[in-house]
Design a protein around this ligand. Structure first.
Ligand SMILES: Cc1ncc(COP(=O)(O)O)c(C=O)c1O
Length: 423
């Protein structure tokens, strides 16, 4: 093989092999590669480094936990202090009524958990025919079995043969389209609707005004569970704990991951309303025969608790909303460039710069263009036909300008056909 033997997720290894970028160090919004080159992290890694990189406080909290007890499982009646404390803390922060917290290792895990629980809930309620799961075009819900089945990004579903049955994608921006889809299936066959507050990995599509509120009330009216996938939108990205508070939503389930630990260790979960938990927690109850080895992993929970402390103490949470306008204002002038089709964003500290078809005509797909931007000291990511911007919540206005300047410089060098761009 050329280069390493690491098979990179989402990569065409025939193209990546031998061209790896090896990141060796991080501090706040800055990253360094093995050559000592410094970059501004324009995307908070994969939308998760909300508090920035290199916090010793988290390393110390994890180390203390590991010295005491690295992990013990939380199946059946077992638990550990950090798992119990994290569940309490997340429950108290969540807008859900009387919530229960199921912990997992990440977003995709949590999507599978929420979808299985939605179907099992209706089964326990004596309505097993309620099993359709509806999601939205452009939606990204991870790459586990169910997330792959319900994604609104067709390329992520192709080639695997038959996936989960009884799923359907509906245009992302229309409550009426969702109503039509549910009524066509019959609401007595629909278990749940899954929705990201702002669609992230599918291209950064903020909800049209009133959309999420309308979707939640449609679900209530038709007796369908409303599941908010806040994996990207939570923990400050939209300026609140779970993103949904901005729209006054009280979802039946809230799926979270990423920013809950700012990525210092892998952890995710599902916050389940008391009503959905009831058949499992009350009367004779029922077992949810689901859970992975590292559910509630003690060291991961310790990382989450330390991360929540930092978000609170440094008042970072509101910054996702405070900076949303500045980010969009900084990036918007790029829309005038001949190689840019549009700039999307404005809800939360996340945006996309959609590249014009001429960019491809000049030999640059979005991935190739991010490599041009990298030469100007900023790391951004390809997102379909766009590039994503979603920096840590610790960014300053100056950093936002730096990100914009690097993208602009990249556009100019491609437009000029400069050899530096092709390098
Ligand atoms: C909205 C959303 N849901 C689910 C996931 C999957 O999370 P994970 O990659 O931790 O499995 C992601 C990951 O980007 C996401 O953005």
């Amino acid at each position: 093989v050329t280069g390493s033997r690491l098979w990179h997720p989402f990569a065409n290894m025939a193209q990546v092999a031998g061209k790896e970028v090896v990141i060796t160090r991080g501090e706040d919004v800055w990253l360094w590669d093995e050559e000592g080159e410094r970059y501004l992290d324009g995307t908070a890694s994969l939308w998760y480094a909300n508090i920035g990189h290199g916090r010793q406080e988290i390393a110390a909290a994890v180390s203390r936990q590991m010295e005491q007890l690295e992990a013990y499982f939380v199946f059946n009646e077992f638990s550990t202090p950090p798992a119990l404390e994290l569940a309490e803390r997340l429950a108290s922060l969540s807008p859900s009524p009387d919530p229960r917290v199921f912990l997992t290792s990440g977003g995709g895990d949590s999507i599978d958990t929420a979808a299985k629980l939605a179907r099992l809930y209706w089964n326990e309620m004596g309505r097993p025919e309620k099993r359709h799961i509806l999601s939205r075009t452009h939606a990204y819900h991870g790459t586990h079995g169910i997330g792959t089945s319900i994604t609104g990004i067709p390329a992520n579903r192709q080639g695997y043969g038959p996936l989960l049955e009884h799923v359907e994608q509906v245009p992302y921006d229309s409550v009426e389209a969702m109503r039509t889809a549910i009524e066509a299936l019959g609401s007595d066959t629909v278990a749940a609707v899954f929705a990201e507050p702002v669609i992230g990995a599918g291209g950064v599509y903020p909800p049209p005004p009133g959309y999420l509120e309308g979707l939640a009330s449609l679900c209530r009216e038709l007796g369908v569970l409303f599941v908010a996938d806040t994996v990207i939108c939570g923990f400050g990205r939209l300026g609140t704990w779970f993103g949904v508070e901005r729209f006054g939503l009280e979802p039946d389930m809230i799926v979270f991951a990423k920013g809950v630990t700012s990525g210092y260790l892998p952890l995710g979960g599902v916050i389940v309303s008391g009503e959905v938990a009831a058949p499992f927690w009350e009367g004779d109850g029922a077992a949810f025969r689901h859970g992975a080895t590292y559910s509630g992993h003690a060291a991961c929970c310790a990382a989450a608790l330390a991360n929540l402390n930092i978000l609170e103490r440094e008042d970072l949470l509101p910054r996702g909303q405070l900076l949303e306008r500045q980010l969009l204002d900084a990036l918007s002038p790029l829309a005038d460039h001949e190689l840019v089709a549009e700039v999307r964003g404005g809800t939360g500290l996340m945006a996309a710069v959609e590249l014009a078809p001429e960019m491809r005509d000049r030999g640059f797909d979005p991935g190739a263009f991010t490599r041009v931007v990298r030469r100007h000291g900023v790391l951004v990511r390809p997102l379909g036909s766009a590039i994503a911007i979603s920096p840590p919540l610790t960014v300053t206005e100056e950093h936002l300008e730096q990100i914009t300047a690097a993208i602009h410089a990249g556009l100019e060098s491609v437009a000029a056909g400069s050899t530096a761009a092709l390098g």
